[in-house]
Design a protein. Structure first.
Length: 258
């Protein structure tokens, strides 16, 4: 160890100077040790909290999926369950498996549009549910990708929907013939995504989502990728990212500011 002495000072003065330096160094060392111990305690507490949170997630019972969550769905502002197809296969399932005689079927004249069905359970839906279902049908159609603002949607009784094609025509998967009178409604393309009181992610018309979800985000046709929009919605409402992506229409969208 090399020690430098000041020749202008006496040995006692040099010793005193080094003694003071040693005291300061000792204090700094003690402070550093205390800071290190405090950091270690904070890190241990954080690790314990993270471990407890992970264990809590493992122990928490998984929410049972409802049958309609495999489809597009929402609960109308009047309390009616409304279901819709995501693609050709689910369109078949909606019409063939989940449409009863008293239900109301919605569709558009645009190729590739989904079928939506109001599950009436023998009750008569009001104007709000009819308009909301028309809006969902329009918004989840290809009109969204095309950036349209409005679309004509029609509704019919289940017995008017048939897989039987006219002579010389062929009905592919997800396609049905509509016979008889159709009732048209003009619908705005606009949706919202929220989390219900049961913790389910629901996508549908803004009025329906607002009526059933405390937290929600509205979306309109736009250029943002669905995944990017879903991440912004997740930060705003919570929930599950995959479920939010599934609730959004194909073709990109923009998240509206509150």
């Amino acid at each position: 160890m090399r020690i430098s002495l000041d020749v202008r000072k006496t040995p006692e003065q040099n010793a005193a100077e080094y003694y003071e330096k040693a005291k300061k160094a000792k204090k700094k060392l003690e402070g550093a040790r205390k800071a290190l111990d405090a950091s270690r305690r904070k890190l241990e507490a954080l690790q314990k909290a993270q471990a407890a949170e992970q264990q809590k997630k493992k122990e928490a019972p998984k929410q049972e999926k409802k049958w309609y969550e495999k489809l597009r769905w929402f609960t109308s502002s009047e309390g009616f369950l409304v279901i819709g197809g995501k693609d050709a296969t689910s369109n078949e399932i909606v019409i063939k498996k989940h449409t009863d005689a008293n239900d109301i079927v919605f569709h558009t004249d645009m190729a590739g549009s989904p079928f939506f069905v109001i599950k009436t359970e023998g009750k008569i839906p009001g104007e709000a549910t009819m308009q909301e279902t028309a809006q969902a049908t329009a918004s989840y159609s290809r009109a969204w990708r095309a950036g349209l603002g409005l679309l004509e949607v029609f509704h019919v009784a289940p017995e008017q929907v048939s897989k039987t094609a006219r002579a010389g025509e062929y009905m592919g998967k997800g396609a049905f013939m509509i016979y008889g009178k159709t009732n048209y409604v003009s619908a705005e393309l606009r949706l919202a995504v929220g989390v219900t009181n049961e913790g389910r992610v629901m996508g549908g018309p803004p009025q329906a989502v607002k009526a059933n979800c405390a937290k929600y985000a509205e979306v309109v046709p736009g250029r943002d990728k669905t995944s990017d929009a879903a991440k912004r919605i997740l930060k705003r409402i919570g929930g599950d990212l995959d479920s939010i992506i599934a609730a959004l229409p194909a073709g990109g969208c923009s998240v509206r500011n509150k």
